[in-house]
Design a protein. Structure first.
Length: 237
């Protein structure tokens, strides 16, 4: 009987401990629906997609290419961006995950698959760090690479850094013979718009001649059959 009572007591204690742990676990912060954080997250998403699409367009054998000696390779630039995302998140108050060694990222900079995964993981971590910031903390002073600023001011600094390295990555890609995918898409779109339609071809245009009659000047087809063919309604499918 005594053993049974001990078992019941231990079970109750275990349940109470689990319930207490659940109560202490805070709910994840909600995504902002308005304000500076939402606007900055939109900016972050823009750069994330640009970096990922450009990196994906680079051939695997080009990730260890550099324009001149003494500068980063293509892969090292992307890994520098990934490491910067973790550092920026820490600056905003979210620590770097224990499993992430930002200094070791460069060792995998020649591996395209690892570079792409590092970019995805780092942007996800950084986005979570921005969401974790409260609107009431935006004017809080923090230390940044450019000295003291507010969290709101840090958003501008980080955005500028994204732009700098995206421009660098685009220049590297061009020198390596890669056209940015969004530019290639625009070029294809403009080429499609410039293509003449079937009705614009000489074979489909009736030859017209100028004629004068009652009511003024008008144009008449030299071959009425051609005009009838060009203006005929298409058959029903």
């Amino acid at each position: 009987m005594r053993c049974l009572a001990i078992i019941f007591a231990l079970t109750a204690l275990s349940s109470a401990t689990a319930l207490s742990a659940q109560e202490k676990t805070p709910a994840p912060p909600a995504d902002p629906t308005a304000g500076p954080r939402l606007e900055f997250l939109d900016e972050v998403s823009f750069y994330e997609q640009r970096f990922l699409r450009l990196a994906d367009a680079i051939p695997p054998d080009k990730f260890n290419w550099r324009p001149v000696d003494g500068v980063r390779t293509i892969g090292e630039v992307y890994m520098h961006v990934a490491a910067g995302n973790y550092a920026s998140a820490r600056m905003l108050g979210t620590p770097i995950p224990a499993a992430v060694d930002t200094k070791a990222l460069l060792a995998s900079s020649a591996d395209k698959a690892k570079v792409l995964q590092a970019l995805k993981d780092s942007f996800a971590h950084f986005r979570a760090a921005v969401i974790a910031v409260k609107d009431s903390e935006l004017d809080k002073e923090i230390k940044t690479p450019r000295g003291q600023s507010t969290i709101r001011g840090a958003f501008f600094i980080i955005s500028g850094n994204f732009g700098e390295h995206l421009g660098q990555s685009i220049a590297y890609a061009r020198l390596a013979g890669v056209v940015p995918p969004w530019t290639e898409e625009r070029q294809h779109h403009e080429a499609d718009k410039a293509k003449p339609s079937s009705l614009d071809s000489p074979d489909n245009k009736p030859s017209l001649r100028k004629a004068t009659g009652i009511g003024g000047v008008f144009f008449r087809a030299r071959d009425p059959k051609t005009l009838a063919h060009a203006t005929a309604a298409p058959p029903l499918c």
